[in-house]
Write a protein that binds this ligand. Sequence first.
Ligand SMILES: [Zn+2]
Length: 347
Amino acid sequence: MIPREDLRAHASAILYRIGAAATVAEVDRLQDEALGESSPITAARRSLREATPDQKRALGAIVNEVTTTLADALAARRSVLAEEERIVRLAAERVDMTLPGYRPERGAAHLVMQVWDEIVDIFTGIGYTVAAGPEVETAYYNFDALNTPATHPARLESDTLYVDYGDDPEGVLLRTQTSPVQARWMESHQPPVHIIVPGRVYRRDAVDATHTPVFHQMEALAVGEDITFADLRGTLAYFMDQFFGKHTRQRFLPNFFPFTEPSAEMHVSCHRCDGSGCRTCGNRGWIELLGCGVVDPNVLEAAGYDAGRVSGWAFGVGIDRLAMIRHDIPELRFFFDADLRVLEQFR
Ligand SMILES: [Zn+2]
């Protein structure tokens, strides 16, 4: 049997250490030491099984007494320490709402998309509809429906990216212009037509300062009764006023495109030097901006229109080119490099 005095001594030593315990973890360790499997109190409790009734009475009372005393002391100390630890933890985790925060990075539309949206706004503002079509196109819509002869050099594999599709490898391609959407639109709509077609186009070009294999173009088409080249000039003058400012002047030089006749290239007076010559215009005072013309009657007939009754004009302009000219950007590839140092200047 374990002497009763030993149990009391054990209990008072542990009680003293409970009072001095500084953390909940320390109280947990003391709990194990005081009342755990290998503690003298547990040993004494076990020895009661073989004890005589007198011994049971005497020792049992002591065992219960010290067990209760220690358990109460452990619980009380644990509760005090837990509260202290909670206060310390809350203080450490406190968030100072007055500290300045981190401003999240905000994205912005790419400059090409900003210009795209701006042109769409200019034309929808005067009643045009935005039309769209497939980027993987047939040779019929990309060339034939637009009066492009079978021998035209633009059809060569050196200029056009063909798509290996079925048993007709010559017939499917990545559209080289947004013009096929004109043909598709006219097939399914009767005049009058007033559409713009912004979109991505593809050409087999090596990358240099002004060429990339993919770029952005916008086509405009107007068809109706009594539409002439003068209407085209008036519309382009309005477009230039809105995009570059009211001071710009335009001039038209003869050119050739398969789907317009007559065809012209439009030059615009340099918006930076107003025609006196600068780096942007290469000291010429004028910038070649776009191709345009009166829609060839063959194109109208191919779409099922009566070319004797209706006429129209069309122009096509590079969206990237407009952005480069207005913002003095020297290299087309800046638009495709995703270099934030460049793009962040246009947000
Ligand atoms: Zn200039």
